[in-house]
Design a protein around this ligand. Structure first.
Ligand SMILES: [Fe+2]
Ligand SMILES: [Fe+2]
Length: 269
């Protein structure tokens, strides 16, 4: 992807930042009713959203495209806002944030240990799993505040997938052709592993939200194909249909839709 296209992503993220700043927060005063299982589940995802983005920003900076670095900074701001929203939701439900969990420590160490492209592949695993989780939370909870927080986060995560796909598309293209298939097969295995961990650890919460472990895992695994297709360039970067908001198809068409899918290829101009 050309640097100028990441300039468009900077505008996209900046537009979202300005929209956030101009809009009101959810009504925290209304309070939240969180079951013990959902509360514990949200505490875990809050930890995951609260990661330190300095490492990714440094790697993006070293890659030498100032537009991409600026976009990554704004992306990290969105992830920190997700952590803030989930912390406020927990507070509204009379709970606190969690101190830490082994899976977040392992994930953070893995991210730090690798280069930019491998970190983006790891990050994409987390994004794809999170997308299915927040959809379950938005649609499955009976608590209005929880559903509103999940809706806001989900809307951001749906933009993060094509953003990472755009960068990974350029990265994969630089790999020898023979190496691409094993790399992406490894990514699929990582996604499956992460889906298994989340399905196991959040099984009770997911069941309360109306999504069984098997269905959660099947949806996560099924989303690998469209993401891989977007990375290798046989399909445009887009949110996999099975993970997208059901209402997405009813939205007004983007000014620059892909001729086949109708999903936007680029951030808003
Ligand atoms: Fe997030
Ligand atoms: Fe994200």
């Amino acid at each position: 992807m050309a640097a100028s296209e990441f300039a468009a992503w900077v505008r996209d993220f900046a537009t979202e930042r300005d929209r956030r700043a101009a809009g009101a927060d959810p009504d925290w005063e209304s309070g939240a009713v969180l079951s013990p299982a959902v509360r514990a589940s949200i505490q875990r995802f809050q930890l995951g959203e609260d990661g330190d983005g300095a490492n990714l920003i440094a790697k993006a900076d070293a890659a030498g495209d100032p537009h991409y670095t600026a976009a990554v900074r704004l992306f990290e701001d969105e992830e920190h806002n997700h952590a803030r929203l989930l912390a406020r939701l927990l507070e509204a439900g009379g709970a606190t944030t969690s101190a830490g969990h082994w899976s977040d420590t392992v994930f953070a160490r893995m991210r730090r240990a690798v280069g930019l492209h491998a970190e983006l592949l790891l990050l994409m695993v987390a994004e794809v799993v999170a997308l299915r989780y927040y959809r379950a939370l938005r649609d499955g909870t009976e608590d209005p505040l929880t559903s509103e927080v999940a809706r806001r986060i989900l809307a951001d995560e749906e933009r993060h997938i094509p953003f990472h796909c755009a960068r990974l598309h350029a990265s994969i293209a630089q790999l020898p052709r023979a190496a691409r298939r094993p790399v992406l097969a490894g990514w699929r295995m990582l996604l499956l592993g992460a889906g298994l961990v989340v399905a196991a650890d959040h099984g009770r919460a997911l069941r309360e939200l109306g999504v069984g472990r098997g269905r959660f895992l099947a949806d996560v695994a099924g989303s690998a194909g469209p993401v891989v297709a977007a990375i290798v360039g046989t399909d445009p970067p887009r949110v996999p249909a099975e993970l997208a908001e059901p209402a997405a198809a009813a939205r007004p068409p983007h000014p620059h839709p892909h001729p086949r899918s109708g999903y936007r290829l680029r951030p808003r101009a």
